[in-house]
Design a protein around this ligand. Structure first.
Ligand code: HEM
Length: 413
């Protein structure tokens, strides 16, 4: 099999888990189209190849039949053509333009509520407000809450069920990242769907009786080709929305502050020059994308860099690697919000600058919502806690392969 370099470590090895970026750098030079026998999967690592694959319908999303459908149902990610455009169009008005702007105050309210601990939760975590001088885990105590509260407001679901949403989507994210196909993770993901879908049954019935302004109501009243969506399809949409933006956005926020606080001068520069906040966010997404890879399946034989990938092969588009490709970005291994080779405006739309949000037809629906959440959250945190610093002498640990982030971000506010 062409493209196999025997000295490269296995993808699912301790070595790669510890430091995937060194492995990816080797892949880009030594084996840009690499077959990993353990996973039975081709790895694409260069920016040009990953970008081309996202835009090429021969790299289909049929892989999601196995990797997602058991827990999401048949979601947008699996659709293509007119079906995809029509179904995506049902929710896009809420994620761009005026529809998106309407959520700005909701984001602001939720940030304040989390920092002031005036939102409900059964975990007991929400005891005492965030005050300067306190030590908190910015990921678990802030980052994970914000996107869940925002999307549950959009869906018209109560914050008091946060713990359940968190448990369900965590099980789903683990299912999606279960590259080694651990049966316990598989079973937990399926069980979470069954609980979430039971939870949604009476909610959808209620919205059918009395639709409101929320996204579930929009799906309930929507018509595609003169037909309304069935409960299962609405549940799939809701499951996807609840999942797609939650862990990703929380991890991106923690990543942003981990990078800034690792360099006191940079933290102060961004704090004092707010024009740098958006560049720091898009650079975080380039440098350490929370979702590090997307799967695809070839529909026919495809040649990439002289290697033939047979029809029906599973292919991993390694966004984390493409985003560090030195052929595309100067000093790609350095976090640099001032870099001039990344367009910080285009980085949140489907232009293929970096691939943290994917590219092509399935480009992230929530990229601009995520931008809004990250920008507002970073601005408020910088305002309220100008002297924030890392709480521990040892730097935070990064972990995960499919999803990767700091495990925790202990900061003194
Ligand atoms: C920093 C935060 C986020 C990151 C890094 C991210 C990443 C991604 C990526 C990589 C994809 C493409 C998957 C593929 O092509 O296989 C995607 C798709 C998607 N994302 Fe996001 N996402 C984020 C936030 C959000 C938010 C806030 C929402 C909505 C609440 C959302 C909803 C979606 C949906 C619905 C899709 C599927 C689009 C389609 O198939 O047409 N995402 N996201």
């Amino acid at each position: 099999m062409a493209g196999v370099a025997t000295t490269l470590p296995r993808f699912l090895s301790e070595e790669v888990a510890e430091d995937p970026y060194s492995f990816y750098a080797r892949l880009r030079t030594e084996s840009p189209v690499h077959y990993d026998a353990d996973l039975g999967c081709y790895l694409l690592s260069r920016h040009a190849d990953v970008g081309a694959a996202y835009k090429d319908p021969r790299f289909s999303t049929r892989n999601y039949e196995v990797h997602l459908e058991p827990v999401f149902g048949r979601s947008l990610l699996q659709m293509d053509g007119i079906e995809h455009s029509r179904k995506r169009a049902l929710v896009t008005p809420y994620f761009r333009g005026k529809g998106l702007a309407a959520w700005e105050p909701v984001i602001a309210r939720n940030i304040a509520a989390i920092l002031d601990r005036s939102v409900g939760s059964a975990t007991g975590l929400l005891a005492g407000r965030f005050r300067a001088g306190d030590t908190v885990d910015l990921l678990a105590e802030f980052g994970y809450y914000l996107p869940v509260y925002v999307i549950t407001d959009m869906l018209g679901l109560p914050h008091s069920d946060y713990d359940r949403f968190l448990a369900w989507y965590s099980a789903h994210v683990a299912f999606l990242g279960n590259l080694a196909r651990d049966p316990d993770i598989d079973a937990a993901g399926r069980a979470a769907t069954s609980e979430l879908w039971d939870y949604l049954t009476p909610v959808i019935a209620e919205r059918r009786r009395a639709p409101g302004e929320d996204l579930i109501s929009a799906l309930v009243v929507a018509e595609v080709d003169g037909e309304q969506l069935g409960d299962a399809e609405i549940k799939t949409h809701v499951t996807q929305l609840l999942n797609a933006g939650s862990e990703t956005t929380g991890k991106a926020l923690a990543g942003l502050f981990a990078h800034l606080l690792a360099d006191r001068e940079l933290y102060e520069e961004v704090r004092d020059d707010r024009d740098l906040v958006v560049p720091a966010i898009s650079e975080t997404l380039r440098y350490t994308p929370p979702s590090q890879m997307n799967g695809r399946m070839t529909t026919v034989d495809v040649d990439v860099d002289g290697v033939t990938i047979p029809a029906g092969s599973l292919v991993m588009l390694l966004m984390a690697s493409a985003n560090r490709d030195e052929r595309r970005f100067a000093h790609a291994d350095r976090f640099d919000p001032r870099r001039t080779d990344l367009d910080h405006v285009k980085a949140f739309s489907a232009t293929g600058e970096h691939f943290a949000f994917g590219w092509g037809r399935h480009f992230c629906l929530g990229a601009m919502l995520a931008r809004g959440e990250l920008l507002q959250a970073a601005s408020v945190l910088l305002d309220r806690f100008p002297e924030m610093r890392l709480a521990d002498a040892v730097p935070p640990r990064w972990a995960g392969l499919k999803m990767r982030s700091v495990e925790a971000l202990r900061v003194t506010l």
